[in-house]
Design a protein around this ligand. Structure first.
Ligand code: TMP
Ligand code: ZN
Length: 425
């Protein structure tokens, strides 16, 4: 991703430089090869009526670097065509995520109690769901967010937001203007940036000597164990293991000092890094590395088996939907997630098999899913259709959605889930 200080303008997606492909690991330079392909895919988080944007595709194929353990996509669209004024993912659409970020902010603020005039920077601050908790306490903060759509919402709620991509140049400017950061936070964003070493350099540049960098990302171990194949889509350039994170940040003298599990997004890890030698390394780091080794994350056969399970899920899901269609049973989708773009395109599911999808994000409503062209409607359409079967596309929000739609279950409605296997529940 190009690093500049201006926000991203939507680019013509037909431009030739919109996809970059690598043959070597983006971190250590070792040769890499895809272990499977999910075929041609459109932009995952797309809620735009722009036909050129909808027709844009790249090939979704993940690869494991056998030298440093970093799982990455071979091809990725440029950041500018993803994160701009049309970006439709708003963190605040989930009550659970609002609570999750509230709790995390409280922990960070408690840690900073004895620091005079602390400064917190968030990379990829989205609609300000996290930083709103910091702003409320009058603590100095800055969100860095390239997507105008979400940055505008953040600013309107009182969160200081700079519209730009994050990298070493941005970091230098922030440090010059505001001083070093006591805490740099990033949630579900570091794994989205292909120029990851420039991000790491920026973090090292901006962080105070005794500061911490803490971020959350989907866990590779969970993705593999649960066959969460839909965690692969354009924005998720990397799927981190603890080993890969430790190796990557060691290159800029940042040390992994703690790691802890989070239940969000189908299983995430929260990492804490500090300048080398500044903080004691907790036993959790060695324990997590051991766990990974034992679960076969470094073994190529693990990924071959994963690829086979993906094909089995694809065939089973398609066959369940085709059988329901043959019986004249309408199926509705729940959650027009970015993940669902991979599922629908990989499995070949269109509006014949899923009549429409409900989603609570206003900018998605009235649009079509990219390439598969399934209409997206507001949540009210869910109860009105009186269907017996619903495909749970936002499966990572299952408890929140099941609680919200308890009446559906009471009247006998069934959920079709496909992670970790296809089941009607
Ligand atoms: P995510 O899985 O990337 O967090 O995306 C979740 C999507 O699901 C997002 O478009 C909002 C939508 N959603 C609903 O429509 N209803 C809900 O209750 C929740 C939690 C999410
Ligand atoms: Zn590597």
């Amino acid at each position: 991703m190009k690093q500049d200080l201006t926000s991203a303008e939507p680019r013509d997606p037909r431009a030739a430089n919109n996809v970059s492909a690598v043959k070597k690991c983006r971190v250590c330079g070792h040769s890499i090869q895809a272990f499977m392909s999910f075929g041609k895919q459109p932009i995952a988080n797309l809620a735009s009526p722009d036909v050129a944007r909808e027709q844009f595709t790249y090939e979704l194929k993940p690869a494991l670097c056998e030298a440093c353990g970093l799982l990455q996509l071979i091809e990725v669209p440029s950041g500018e065509i993803l994160f701009n004024e049309t970006y439709p993912f708003f963190t605040g659409t989930s009550e659970l995520m609002i609570r999750h970020f509230g709790g995390w902010a409280e922990q960070i603020l408690a840690r900073l109690k004895s620091v005079h005039d602390p400064f917190i920077v968030e990379v990829g601050s989205n609609d300000g769901t996290f930083l709103a908790n910091v702003a409320r306490h009058g603590v100095r903060h800055l969100g860095v967010e390239p997507a105008k759509s979400v940055a505008t919402v953040a600013r309107a709620r009182g969160v200081n937001t700079q519209e730009s991509f994050f990298g070493s140049e941005t970091a230098r400017h922030i440090r010059a203007a505001h001083g070093p950061a006591d805490v740099i936070v990033a949630a579900n964003v570091i794994a989205h940036i292909s120029s990851i070493m420039d991000v790491a350099a920026g973090v090292a540049e901006l962080l105070k000597d005794d500061g911490i960098f803490t971020f959350e990302a989907v866990s590779l171990a969970d993705v593999i164990r649960n066959t969460e194949f839909d965690q692969f889509y354009d924005e998720h350039v990397f799927t981190f293991s603890v080993r890969a994170v430790k190796n990557l940040f060691a290159q800029v003298d940042l040390e992994l000092v703690d790691v802890g599990r989070q239940s969000t997004h189908g299983g995430s890890l929260r990492y804490v890094l500090a300048k080398k030698g500044r903080l004691p390394v907790t036993p959790a780091v060695a324990a997590a590395l051991d766990d990974e080794r034992r679960s076969g994350l470094e073994d190529t056969r693990t990924y071959e088996a994963f690829a086979q399970r993906c094909s089995a899920i694809r065939d089973n899901l398609k066959s369940v939907l085709q059988q329901l269609h043959a019986r004249g049973e309408p199926v509705i989708g729940y959650g027009a997630t970015a993940k669902s773009t991979t599922v629908l395109n990989y499995c070949g599911i269109d509006s014949r098999l899923v009549e429409f999808i409900v989603d609570n994000t206003p900018v998605k409503q009235g649009r079509l899913t990219p390439r598969t062209r399934i209409p997206i409607r507001p949540p009210s359409a869910f109860a009105e259709r009186n269907q017996n079967y619903t495909l749970l596309l936002a499966w990572n929000h299952r408890s929140e959605i099941e609680a919200k739609e308890a009446a559906y279950r009471t009247r006998g409605g069934k959920w079709i889930v496909y992670i970790p296997t296809v089941e009607i529940v």
